[in-house]
Design a binder for this molecule. Structure first.
Ligand SMILES: Nc1ncnc2c1ncn2[C@@H]1O[C@H](COP(=O)(O)OP(=O)(O)OP(=O)(O)O)[C@@H](O)[C@H]1O
Ligand SMILES: [Mg+2]
Length: 473
């Protein structure tokens, strides 16, 4: 079974919300168990009416619905869903008597149908394929929203050169390779190239090659014809066609298998694609940007990346320096993230705090292995835990807590609740450690300083596994 998703990655099927609608309880429960075995989040409804009620309260990605139900039928439910929630993928459950109607429903917006008795493997294969596709599109959409209108800070010579190159290259439809360590801004720069290009009004579509196995990468990019594989019930247009003259970002391009590298090279040379299961070549038109946090030239030398593809992709190469190679950008970037985060956190109701001189010093001296993303996370974290009107060095948590900060605000974070919990714990730990240090380890004194009872402070310390001896001499 395919499972490329790392735990807590946005491609994890646990992020997929599925609704099973059937008036027969055993069918509902059976499907819930089966689909739930892929870790998807599955809810159940006993009727079309109940399903609509649930759908208007919570977002769902995938709906399985029986066709024949008392009250609202499955095709009526399909109609209501396609009218109101275009992105939901609907799968019909049919008995032998309703196959014709199910086929009709495919024309009206359903994605698939399954017949009773169920073929479990077919259902699992379908949910995996549809699920990854839904999640990949969601990630691309979220990133597009996050990055739209973002300011790019370029406050030193190297970054000013990068931006000059971005400006030149944006106007020409040539392939661009963006190299740089994780968090240096590769995706931001790719979007900027698109935004400054003559095709800025066309789509910008990003696909993360590391997240998808070959078979899914191929069906996502090339599309497929009905019947190309189990579960391919409708012709589906791939990203190369959807992008329609716009820009495709192939992120983490070094993780493509050599077989797929060959297929991509062919598309770049011929400017045509053949959807899976199809026999007609279709012309395609797009600008390709590839991003990699590994040095592709080294991978070519070690035989892990095709040389011919490398030269196709790097007609122009943009190398993003690590943050420690552009220390001149640190104060401006830090100020930019501070303003941006403060206005998000405090809705401009609270004045934006300042960095103390020692804090700026600490920011300038840190090595930033996680680059700009780490700096952004550090500032966000400082704004969660700071008190008063200045950000102090202790609020940055740079010496020992940067790993936690990274995981706390990384895009791979699973849920809001989990993030919030971690943020609270981080705050509690920092706060309690600081107050205990200031009180020289005297718990009663510390409790008095922070307005808690001695018992409440001890409770928090126990929860965090903090010993007085760990934080004070
Ligand atoms: N020069 C910059 N100015 C302002 N913000 C930046 C800059 N560079 C990066 N960022 C911000 O830092 C974060 C990381 O950037 P981005 O996702 O583009 O990095 P990346 O190189 O694609 O990282 P990864 O390799 O981990 O995917 C984003 O929130 C981005 O907006
Ligand atoms: Mg990226």
């Amino acid at each position: 079974m395919i499972n490329p998703a790392r735990a807590s990655s946005p491609y994890d099927l646990a992020n997929l919300k599925v609704l099973v609608v059937d008036d027969q309880e055993d069918v509902r429960r059976g499907l819930k168990r089966l689909v739930g075995s892929l870790e998807c989040d599955v809810a159940m409804s006993h009727s079309g009416e109940d399903a609509l009620d649930l759908l208007s309260k919570e977002p769902f990605d995938l709906v399985f619905t029986d066709l024949k139900m008392g009250g609202m039928s499955g095709d009526e439910l399909l109609h209501a869903i396609t009218e109101r929630w275009r992105d939901i993928v609907v799968v019909l459950i049919t008995g032998h008597g309703t196959i014709d109607l199910a086929v009709e429903c495919l024309r009206n917006g359903a994605s698939h149908f399954i017949t009773k008795p169920f073929d479990n493997n077919e259902i699992l294969a379908f949910v995996e394929r549809a699920g990854y596709s839904i999640l990949a599109r969601r990630v691309a959409k979220d990133q597009a929203t996050n990055q739209r209108g973002r300011t790019i800070v370029a406050a030193d010579e190297t970054m000013r050169n990068v931006m000059a190159l971005v400006d030149q290259v944006a106007r020409r439809k040539v392939p661009v390779l963006i190299e740089g360590a994780s968090g240096t801004g590769k995706e931001l720069i790719a979007r900027e190239i698109h935004n400054r290009s003559p095709v800025h009004a066309k789509p910008f579509l990003a696909i993360n090659c590391i997240a998808l196995p070959d078979s899914l990468l191929e069906s996502e990019l090339f599309g497929y014809k009905r019947g190309a594989f189990t579960g391919a019930l409708k012709d589906t247009v791939g990203l190369f066609e959807q992008v329609d003259g716009g820009t495709i970002l192939l992120d983490e391009v070094s993780s493509m298998s050599s077989l797929f590298q060959g297929k991509l090279l062919r598309v770049l040379q011929e400017k045509t694609i053949r959807p899976l299961g199809g026999n007609i070549e279709k012309p395609v038109d797009f600008r390709v940007i590839a991003a990699s946090n590994r040095n592709l030239e080294d991978l070519v030398k070690s035989g892990e990346f095709r040389e011919d593809l490398y030269y196709r992709l790097q007609v122009v190469k943009i190398s993003l320096p690590s943050l420690k190679e552009r220390r001149g950008c640190i104060p401006v970037l830090a100020g930019h993230f501070l303003k941006q985060t403060a206005s998000e956190f405090f809705y401009d109701e609270h004045p934006c705090p300042e960095f103390s001189p020692a804090t700026m010093e600490a920011l300038l001296n840190h090595d930033w292995p996680g680059n700009v993303r780490e700096l952004e996370n550090t500032i966000q974290r400082a704004l969660v835990i700071f008190t008063g009107d200045k950000i102090l060095p202790s609020h940055l948590g740079l010496s020992d807590d940067s790993v936690l900060a990274e995981s706390l605000f990384s895009p791979q974070l699973t849920s809001y609740e989990e993030g919030k919990q971690q943020a609270i714990e981080t705050f509690q730990r920092q706060y309690v450690e600081t107050v205990l240090q200031r009180a020289d380890g005297n718990i009663s004194h510390a409790a008095q300083m922070c307005g808690l009872t001695r018992a409440a402070l001890q409770r928090i310390m126990r929860k965090l596994g903090l010993e007085r001896s760990q934080v004070a001499p």
